[in-house]
Write a protein that binds this ligand. Sequence first.
Ligand code: SF4
Length: 389
Amino acid sequence: MTPKLERAIVNCFKVRHGKQVVGTDKTNLVGASLEELTSVVQDLSEPSYRARQIYAGIYCRRLRSWEQFTDLSKGLRKRLEDAYVIEYPPVAKTFESRDGTRRYLFEVSPGQKIESVFIPEEQRETFCISSQVGCAVECLFCVTGKLPMRRNLSAGEIVAQVLSLEQCRGCAPKRLNIVIMGMGEPLHNYENVMKAVRLMTDKEGMAISPRRITLSTSGVVPQIKRLAAEPVIPNLAIALNATTDAVRDVLIPINRKWDIATLLDACRRFPLERRQRITFEYVLIEEVNDTPEDARRLVALLEGLRKKINLIPLNADPWVPLRTPSEDRILAFQKILTDHSITVYIRRPRGQDVSAACGMLAGRDQAQGDLLHPPPKPVEESALARLGL
Ligand code: SF4
């Protein structure tokens, strides 16, 4: 192949997959599927089984440089090196909490940062990863929603968060769980998120069980229906957070498009394997959604669904004009649910001291410049009035 033709093919791949590495004219192969790698090796006039070797190298063996691909000839490695790289987004900074939680700030492109969180627990370890730079949903209680929505992450940028966190951690995690609950609404980036899920779950690749991956959505109903028809389906978590449309409309504006009844109807139709359940997340906000009436309405709304409920006391934040309920109110809410034989967990904040807890991800780093600078618009008085605050 002439160098000119090779360059044309590389450029075509970049256009299709948008993975050009900043500062070079090379294409990043992290995030490429087996089919895409097959087209790469065919373009290099190599047999297609080479694609399998490259695929296993990137995702199963977690190799980072072409010289580590000792199962490929030196000549092929050189040609790959000339046009392609295997790169994870650089970790701009790490913040470690007193409780062992670690927040990672990745620079995915110049001036665009995302965050992932590593949460160690006794029995398992969790990686919370992001799907977008910013978020368009604008939940009232979430600081990420106050950032401008910049763009969707590519499948490679989603998968690379997991590969990178594994590497920062220094060894394969024990009983790893992955939750797609970081920055962004994953179902607003459906194609890339699902491609990343396929790469993560492929037995020839990263080989993570789909039962160890949870996708959390604010309630994008058409995409929940689409997810239900996928061959590989992660666990589903629904950020419910309210028991009336009047309150949910204010807390999660997407509810005005797909209300609670429509959302729960999609949940009732969602396919579940034996012993699998849908997780309903419920951020408890004082005097907004934490009353005994709310707890009883929640019981009635979720009647008949195979479920567990995660109660998440609001993580107080200067940008969120809402209050965390007292311990008594939280326990009283939980008791009403457990009295109805519902499995319910109170999710205590992890990494709050380094802004790594639920709803706090906003690239905060006073030393390097805060993503929240300039500060977001304050929440409108009318929204608070509609909540009775
Ligand atoms: S809670 Fe999730 S969906 Fe809502 S604004 Fe925050 S990141 Fe977006």
